[in-house]
Design a protein around this ligand. Structure first.
Ligand code: ATP
Length: 233
C-alpha cells in the first residue's frame, strides 16, 4: 500500500532522515520506534507532504503503486492518507460534533457521523462538549475520528498514547484494532514498546534518521527490556 524508497530529509543543512526505505501493507498496523530526535515525526510529515516548508527531501513515496512524491498534502489526502499530529489539532472552542463535521471529505472512504459514533460511543456522549473539556484520551479519540471522517485509508498517527493512563492506552489499542478491522491501515509512532507489540504487526526501529532494524511483535516482546533501556524509558 505504502512504499518508501531512499527517503532523506533536511532542515537547512541538517539531515534528519537518511535513505529510509520501508513499506506498509494494506490492513497492517506498523509502528515506528526510536529515541527522541530520531526522525519519526519528520518521517510522518514527509509522508503527508508537510516537510516542504522546512527544507528539501530526496527519495520516493508510493501509495497504491502510484508515485506521490511530488504531490501536495491535500492531493495525498484525496488518495487516502490521513495525519493525526502529536498535538492532536483539536479546535478547542468548537464542540466535539463541530470538530467532526468540519473536515472536508477528501479520501476514498469518508466515515459518516453515525459510523464514528458507533465506533467511538464516548464521542456521541460528549458531542456537545467543547474541545477544552475533553480529557487527553478523549481528545486523541476525537483526533482519530476526525481523520476517519475525511476518508483516510492509511492513518499516520504521531504517538497517540503519549501522556495517557494505562486504561486509556488499552482503549486506544482496541480502537486501532477496530479501525483496522474496518479496512483502515495504520502507521504509528510509539514509544510504549509493550503497547506497540500488543497492537501492531511489525515495527521499524529508527536511529539518527536511519531504519536500523525491522522487527515483528514476538521479537519486540523478547527484547522489551533492552528496547526500553535503549529508548531511555
Ligand atoms: P520526538 O519524539 O522528540 O518528536 P522524533 O523522532 O519525532 O523525536 P523529529 O522531531 O523528527 O524526531 O526530529 C528529527 C531531527 O530533526 C532532530 O534532530 C530535530 O532536532 C530536528 N528537527 C525537527 N524539527 C525541526 C525544525 N523545525 N527545524 C530544525 N530541525 C528540526
Amino acid at each position: 500500500m505504502l512504499r518508501i524508497d531512499g527517503l532523506s530529509a533536511w532542515y537547512g543543512e541538517a539531515q534528519a532522515l537518511r535513505e529510509v526505505s520501508m513499506h506498509v501493507a494494506e490492513g497492517e498496523i506498523v509502528t515506528l520506534v526510536g529515541r527522541n530526535g530520531a526522525g519519526k515525526t519528520t518521517l510522518l510529515r514527509c509522508l503527508m507532504g508537510l516537510h516542504g516548508a522546512h527544507g528539501r527531501t530526496a527519495g520516493t513515496v508510493s501509495l497504491f503503486d502510484d508515485d506521490i512524491t511530488k504531490l501536495a498534502g491535500h492531493a495525498r489526502a484525496r488518495r487516502g492518507l490521513g495525519y493525526v499530529p502529536d498535538d492532536r489539532g483539536i479546535f478547542a472552542t468548537l464542540s466535539v460534533e463541530e470538530n467532526l463535521t468540519l473536515p472536508p471529505k477528501m479520501g476514498p472512504d469518508p466515515w459518516s457521523l453515525e459510523r464514528v459514533y458507533e465506533t467511538f460511543p464516548m464521542l456521541r456522549e460528549r458531542r456537545r462538549f467543547p474541545g477544552t473539556k475533553l480529557s487527553g484520551g478523549e481528545q486523541q479519540m476525537l483526533a482519530l475520528a476526525r481523520v476517519l471522517r475525511t476518508g483516510a485509508r492509511l492513518l499516520l498517527c504521531d504517538e497517540p498514547t503519549e501522556g495517557l493512563s494505562p486504561l486509556i492506552v488499552q482503549r486506544i489499542g482496541e480502537i486501532l484494532r477496530e479501525v483496522r478491522a474496518a479496512g483502515v491501515t495504520v502507521l504509528l509512532i510509539e514509544q510504549n514498546v509493550h503497547f506497540a507489540a500488543s497492537v501492531a504487526d511489525r515495527h521499524y526501529l529508527l536511529a539518527e534518521g536511519r531504519i536500523v532494524e525491522s522487527l515483528d511483535s514476538a521479537q519486540v516482546r523478547e527484547r522489551e527490556h533492552e528496547l526500553l533501556e535503549y529508548l531511555g524509558i
